[in-house]
Design a binder for this molecule. Structure first.
Ligand SMILES: Nc1nc2c(ncn2[C@@H]2O[C@H](COP(=O)(O)OP(=O)(O)O)[C@@H](O)[C@H]2O)c(=O)[nH]1
Ligand SMILES: [Mg+2]
Length: 193
């Protein structure tokens, strides 16, 4: 983790700045899982996004899609600023997955729990990233329905062959749920640092 100066030190005597860790997190997952939405929900700075009009099969899901990256910063942690890098969901942009993973401290995987195609695809994306390096991660399930047979926490954990404690329901439109997901990953980072 790199270090930077905290942006707001109003409670400290003038001239004294706390050092904050800069934590780099990648937000990965299939198209339409809610990656861009999550970054917009938690970012304390204007989000940089690279949306283009969707073509091919993505157009059936939404009008615009991420083609390079989203970037936002979240200052929720007292001792760290979290820099978020959202990936494009489509495999044809997987060269961006590799670029964005350089120097990452952890990964947030998002999956649309209501969509079997998203559940199948997150498995591929999860393997893709963790094959490159065994980074700490959590999984967030958007459009979560606990009654869903394939999209609940236990089912997604089983599908990815990971402990259920790494999997959380998360509506990316909710700042509090998104921040809770980031916080759970941050705690894992601190524990394994
Ligand atoms: N109802 C509902 N809509 C969601 C949820 N998560 C994401 N969305 C919507 O799904 C759409 C696609 O989200 P987006 O962030 O562009 O997905 P991305 O392709 O992963 O970046 C947006 O309209 C979101 O508001 C969720 O948990 N519930
Ligand atoms: Mg996006």
């Amino acid at each position: 983790m790199a270090r930077s100066e905290a942006p707001n030190e109003s409670t400290l005597p003038k001239g004294i700045m706390l050092e904050k860790r800069v934590v780099k997190l990648v937000v990965a997952g299939p198209v339409n899982a809610g990656k861009s939405t999550l970054i917009r929900s938690v970012s304390d700075v204007p989000v940089l996004c690279t949306n283009e009009i969707a073509c091919d099969d993505v157009a059936e899901l939404k009008e615009y899609t991420t083609v390079a990256m989203d970037h936002g910063i979240c200052y929720q942690q007292a001792d760290a600023e979290i820099h978020l890098y959202g990936t494009p969901g489509q495999r044809r942009f997987d060269f961006m997955w590799e670029i964005l993973a350089v120097g990452a401290d952890g990964i947030v995987f998002l999956v649309d729990g209501s969509d079997p195609a998203s559940i199948a695809e997150v498995s591929y994306i999860h393997d893709y990233f963790l094959r490159q390096s065994a980074l700490p991660f959590v999984v967030g399930i958007s459009r979560h329905d606990p009654a869903s047979l394939s999209g609940n926490r236990a089912a997604i954990a089983g599908h990815l062959d990971i402990p259920a404690e790494l999997v959380f329901a998360c509506d990316p439109r909710s700042a509090s749920e998104s921040k809770a997901l980031l916080h759970s990953l941050y705690e894992r980072l601190v524990a394994t640092a």
